[in-house]
Write a protein that binds this ligand. Structure first.
Ligand SMILES: *[C@@H]1O[C@H](CO)[C@@H](O)[C@H](O)[C@H]1NC(C)=O
Ligand SMILES: *[C@@H]1O[C@H](CO)[C@@H](O)[C@H](O)[C@H]1NC(C)=O
Ligand SMILES: *[C@@H]1O[C@H](CO)[C@@H](O)[C@H](O)[C@H]1NC(C)=O
Ligand SMILES: *[C@@H]1O[C@H](CO)[C@@H](O)[C@H](O)[C@H]1NC(C)=O
Ligand SMILES: *[C@@H]1O[C@H](CO)[C@@H](O)[C@H](O)[C@H]1NC(C)=O
Ligand SMILES: *[C@@H]1O[C@H](CO)[C@@H](O)[C@H](O)[C@H]1NC(C)=O
Ligand SMILES: *[C@@H]1O[C@H](CO)[C@@H](O)[C@H](O)[C@H]1NC(C)=O
Length: 581
């Protein structure tokens, strides 16, 4: 008997050490679309109010050297597979509606991986990784439920998206679905609020005995209807509220971002009400830089960085990311380690108790201890991207210090400096009190383990994050990098000075060229296709709907079955018993 007691005691002690008794954390990812570096209060502008997002970062961790991909589809592919987009052929121009293209079915997704660890998985909002046949849509790629849209964007109220099929015709269709059910009666509801409501419902209905993975992928602040709409609930009110912003369209954009920030507050509040906040990792980030002008212009700002969405400059790929979790061992700090969007999958997989070795060969690495404890990262470099069709690529090496670019998007289009600085006297001062009073801060303050956020921390973190100092003082050349560019991102994050001709940098340049060439040799060619005339939404009551059957002889369906069987077998034998080393 005594032995038995001792045995049980030891077991409990061992389990406790391994942390097995701890609950798997809920994981909530909130994703913004095309929102720029300078559109968040944390980075030093006070033009747009984002108190909830700011409060997440000031209470948790601000990822300051966090890189995404240059546009929506590549970023989402990287996020969900942990692989550079060159592995899936999705590195180029994002998917068009009606295009028969998708995330390859033999690449497991984050929700598929997390399901293997017992998670319930939900996507609300945008997918943008294929919808030609049912097999490639979210509910067949690991999400238990999906409420939202399959394509790149929709109207903020209409949920319609058009695509040009040739020079004279375009297809227009409705794209708001619950699973495969078109949600026609919801036409007219404001997207950000509707998606927030649905995400709140997911949290409300969630059985707390199981871990939750929720991804809320907003339409905000992408340009909506026809790629130009900046939809807000009340245009007059938005023009008034943001009248200190010179460009009228940017006032609408400011309202779009502000409403998305409210959404973050609502999600955090709901997690708190359901007593789930203490067990949740919340990550907010933007999928790529702003599109101040040009196609899909949203008047966002990436100031002081160079470049817009589509470019491989900092304005295109340097991501805004904030993470909060009670599990963080260091809180309220700026993380300066190099982190790539592909790292999120292994990082969350590890935090969820998974054994990262089980993920096989992926580009992402587990950064949980880097984020949670401010440990030094093992990542020394990252491939920014290779778009071999549009002929531009880039790599970031030397612990994120040196960036080598080879070519540029459409001959330097979007490679300049754009957007408001938000630092001028016409703007209201940064409202620290609104951060402290935000629903997010209020909910986090209730958790016992935190040192309450105060003005001093807000001010010191915010000034450390401000990169205004690197803004070019005079016009700089428009580098097309046809014969490569080299930037010292540490000294010159605004990429004002091209060091390619600097002889002292010969070794750096040659090394990075060699590495970039190495990736070039590995890439899966881009799989972009023309819009399939058979996708015509007129065939489906003016609604976008999977128009192809993915039959086994189409190759990828067969691969999917084999992959599923493999996953099941693998997880049956290898689901780890321990949680968190
Ligand atoms: C679709 O066609 C209409 C009318 O020709 C045009 O105004 C609109 O810009 C087109 N939209 C797209 C996305 O091509
Ligand atoms: C455009 O596509 C539509 C539908 O396939 C077709 O009927 C029409 O002839 C095409 N127009 C041109 C100019 O190719
Ligand atoms: C929109 O905002 C304006 C100005 O704040 C207000 O007068 C008007 O009543 C609002 N409209 C609606 C439909 O709420
Ligand atoms: C995080 O690590 C960096 C580099 O070692 C260090 O400079 C910084 O002070 C650390 N921050 C915190 C909050 O520990
Ligand atoms: C640079 O780009 C050109 C054209 O796209 C390509 O031929 C070349 O191999 C690239 N260089 C490296 C080092 O990747
Ligand atoms: C077609 O769509 C409309 C909304 O645009 C909807 O009211 C109607 O019920 C749909 N028809 C069918 C047959 O599903
Ligand atoms: C759709 O794409 C798949 C995978 O690339 C291909 O096998 C299939 O033939 C395509 N179907 C059509 C109708 O284009």
């Amino acid at each position: 008997m005594k032995d038995l007691v001792l045995f049980v005691f030891l077991q409990i002690a061992i389990l406790n050490c391994a942390g097995t008794l701890r609950k798997k954390p809920n994981i909530v990812i909130i994703l913004a679309d095309d929102v720029g570096w300078n559109d968040f209060g944390i980075h030093g502008s006070s033009q747009i109010r984002t108190p909830n997002i700011d409060a997440l970062g000031f209470n948790g961790v601000v990822l300051d050297k966090f890189y995404t991909q240059q546009t929506c589809t590549p970023s989402r592919a990287a996020l969900l597979t942990g692989n550079y987009p060159i592995r899936s052929g999705l590195q180029g121009i994002p998917l068009d509606a009606g295009e028969n293209r998708s995330l390859p079915l033999d690449m497991p997704t984050m929700p598929e991986r997390l399901k293997g660890l017992g998670y319930r998985t939900h996507l609300v909002g945008k997918w943008h990784l294929g919808a030609a046949c049912k097999e490639v849509t979210p509910t067949r790629r690991g999400f238990d439920t999906h409420f939202g849209y399959w394509n790149g964007y929709v109207g903020y109220f209409s949920y319609d998206i058009s695509v040009a099929i040739n020079t004279t015709m375009n297809f227009t269709g409705f794209d708001l679905h619950n699973g495969f059910e078109p949600q026609w009666p919801l036409k007219g509801r404001y997207a950000t609020e509707l998606f927030t409501r649905k995400a709140v419902e997911v949290i409300d209905r969630h059985d707390r005995k199981e871990p939750l993975f929720l991804m809320l992928a907003h339409l905000a602040g992408h340009a909506g209807q026809d790629g130009v709409e900046l939809g807000v609930p009340n245009t007059t009110a938005a023009y008034e509220k943001y009248r200190y912003i010179a460009t009228p369209e940017r006032r609408l954009y400011a309202d779009i971002v502000n409403i998305m920030d409210n959404s973050v507050g609502e999600i955090v509040t709901k997690l708190s009400e359901r007593r789930m906040l203490d067990d949740t990792i919340i990550l907010f980030f933007s999928d790529n830089g702003a599109q101040t002008t040009g196609m899909f212009q949203n008047f966002g700002s990436g100031w002081p960085f160079r470049g817009l969405k589509f470019t491989l400059n900092e304005g295109g790929v340097r991501g805004t990311g904030v993470l909060y979790s009670s599990m963080l061992q260091k809180k309220g700090y700026i993380n300066n380690e190099l982190i790539h969007i592909t790292d999120l999958l292994p990082t969350f997989y590890h935090a969820a108790g998974g054994n990262v070795a089980k993920l096989g060969k992926i580009d992402g690495i587990n950064q949980w201890n880097v984020i949670s404890k401010n440990e030094t990262t093992k990542r020394t470099e990252l491939l920014i991207n290779i778009d071999e069709v549009n002929g531009y690529s880039g790599i970031l090496g030397y612990e994120g210090r040196y960036k080598l670019l080879n070519g540029s998007f459409r001959n330097g289009l979007y490679n300049d400096y754009y957007g408001d600085s938000g630092r001028g006297p016409e703007n209201p001062p940064y409202d620290i009190q609104s951060v402290l009073d935000s629903p997010t801060n209020t909910a986090i303050r209730k958790l016992a383990k935190n040192t309450p956020l105060d003005r001093t921390r807000v001010q010191s973190m915010r000034s450390a994050l401000d990169r205004g100092w690197c803004a070019p003082r005079a016009a700089t050349p428009l580098y097309t990098c046809d014969d490569y560019c080299l930037f010292d991102i540490r000294a010159d994050p605004c990429e004002t000075e091209n060091l390619i001709g600097d002889d002292t940098k010969r070794d750096v340049i040659d090394t990075l060229k060699g590495k970039l060439r190495g990736y070039y040799e590995q890439l899966v060619p881009e799989t972009n296709k023309k819009v399939d005339p058979d996708s015509d939404p007129a065939r489906f009551n003016n609604t976008w709907y999977p128009w192809l059957e993915c039959t086994p002889d189409e190759g990828h369906f067969g691969a999917a079955i084999i992959r599923r069987v493999k996953t099941i077998i693998w997880e049956f034998f290898f689901t780890p018993l321990t949680y968190q080393s």
